[in-house]
Design a protein around this ligand. Sequence first.
Ligand code: ZN
Length: 196
Amino acid sequence: MQSTKTTGQWFRSGDGHRWWFDSGALPLDFAYSGAMGDNPAWEILHSADDLAAWLEGRFPEQLMPAAPRDLTDALALRAAIARSAMSAGRGEAPAAEDVDVINLFAATPDIPPALAGGSRQAGRSRARPGQALSAMAREAVELFTPEQRERIRHCAADDCGLVFYDESRSNNRRWCSMKRCGNRAKVRTHRLLNGA
Ligand SMILES: [Zn+2]
């Protein structure tokens, strides 16, 4: 993946404890803004403003405020990405309907790259949120190619279920987060070895 976007976001577990989950890919982070699993506490896109704030944290370009229509679009794209990610986690190809949705968004104009140092005022025109969604969809197109899809996996902890994209060179990431599931597994192994 060629993405230069930073990934990862805060999660809240049932007991109000906050922890950091880096899904490894921008479209997966997007899916985890509320469309993965059935935990309503994970929904963070309640309004168009929430969407704008989320996108602002991911795209360096200045974006115009989001309208309710942008939120509707975003949730449709997000649902398609989330279902595709779950399929990939099971080793399956995404459903044709979801591929269609992702391709539809990817076919609209995204945020054009711009070189600094021109004679016009840089950054004067702001991108529409829809352009950011298009950029998101284009990343999803890359993420769900058969080659990249193999790196989308479930956390190795039986009781976790989180899905991530393994961007490590060695392709051996096992945990959603070392702090969360990785350490719990280590503690368990330790207890077993010590007969506790
Ligand atoms: Zn986990």
